[in-house]
Ligand binder design. Structure first.
Ligand code: HEC
Length: 217
C-alpha cells in the first residue's frame, strides 16, 4: 500500500484498479497476455532502441507490453498522431481536442464535443497516468492503451471515422509514410501500428512528484 500513496488517495475503486493493473502487468502475465489483448496479436516490434520511460517519483515503473517497447521514433510518431485532427472524419478533432495538455489532458467540459460539435455521453477522463490502467474507459471495456485508441477514432460522436479511413489518411501522407518506415520498418501502415505509436506516446504522459510525494519519499 505504501507504494502509491498519491493514487490511493483518490478512492478505493481507483486503488483497487491500480493494484489489479499492477498485478496484471507483472512479468509472467505480461509475457502471456489474455485473449483480446493487443499484445497477443502477432505484432511488428519497433525498429529502434527501446527508451526507458522514467517513472515519476511516487509511481512504480510504467508497464510496457512486450511487443511495444517505446522508442524515440514511435513516441514522436505517436505524439504527431495524437495531435493530428486528420485522424477524424472531417479533419476537426484530434485526441488532444478532448485530452488537452493545457487542461490536464482533459477538455474541462462535463461532456466532450466530437466531430460536428456532437456531444458525447461521458466526461473525458485525463490521459495522464493512463499508462498505469489495464482497464481503460470508465466501464473498463478496453484491455490496453493500444486497443483503447481505436475506440475514439471509430466512435461516431468522437472522431467519427473508420479504422480503414484513418489508415488511408495516414498512408496517403508522405511524411507519415517516412515516419512509419523509420519507426516500424513498415511500408504498409496498419491500424495496429497507428495505435501502438499513440500508446507509446501516452506512456510518456505520466506525472507524479506531487508535493505529497516529495514529502513522503
Ligand atoms: C470527442 C472527445 C474525445 C476524443 C476525440 C478522444 N477521446 Fe479519449 N475519451 C473521451 C471520453 C468521453 C472518454 C471516457 C469514455 C468512456 O469511459 O467510455 C475517453 C477515454 C479515454 C481514455 C481512457 C482513460 C481512462 O482513465 O480510462 C484514454 C486513454 C483516451 N480516451 C485516449 C484517447 C486517444 C488516444 C484519443 C485519440 C485517438 C482519444 N482519446 C480521443 C473523449 C475523447
Amino acid at each position: 500500500m505504501k507504494v502509491f500513496p498519491k493514487l490511493f488517495s483518490f478512492s478505493p475503486v481507483v486503488a483497487a484498479a491500480i493494484v489489479f493493473a499492477t498485478a496484471a502487468y507483472s512479468p509472467p502475465t505480461a509475457a502471456s497476455p489474455g485473449p483480446g489483448d493487443h499484445a497477443s496479436r502477432a505484432g511488428i516490434v519497433p525498429m529502434g532502441k527501446p527508451v526507458k520511460i522514467k517513472a515519476p517519483l511516487g509511481l512504480p515503473p510504467v508497464p510496457i507490453p512486450p511487443d511495444n517497447p517505446p522508442t524515440e521514433e514511435t513516441i514522436a510518431l505517436g505524439r504527431r498522431l495524437y495531435y493530428d485532427p486528420g485522424l477524424s472524419v472531417d479533419g476537426t478533432v484530434s485526441c488532444a481536442t478532448c485530452h488537452a495538455p493545457n487542461l490536464g489532458f482533459r477538455d474541462g467540459k462535463a461532456l466532450s464535443n466530437g466531430v460536428g460539435g456532437q456531444l458525447g455521453t461521458r466526461r473525458a477522463p485525463t490521459v495522464v497516468n493512463a499508462a498505469y490502467n489495464t482497464l481503460q474507459f470508465w466501464d473498463g471495456r478496453s484491455p490496453s492503451l493500444e486497443k483503447q485508441a481505436e475506440g475514439p477514432m471509430a466512435n461516431p460522436v468522437e472522431m467519427g471515422h473508420t479504422l480503414e479511413g484513418v489508415v488511408k489518411f495516414v498512408q496517403s501522407d508522405p511524411t507519415y509514410r517516412q515516419l512509419f518506415r523509420k519507426a516500424w520498418g513498415a511500408e504498409q501502415i496498419t491500424i495496429d501500428l497507428v495505435t501502438k505509436s499513440i500508446a507509446s506516446f501516452e506512456r510518456t504522459v505520466v506525472i507524479g512528484n506531487s508535493p505529497f510525494d516529495r514529502f513522503y519519499y
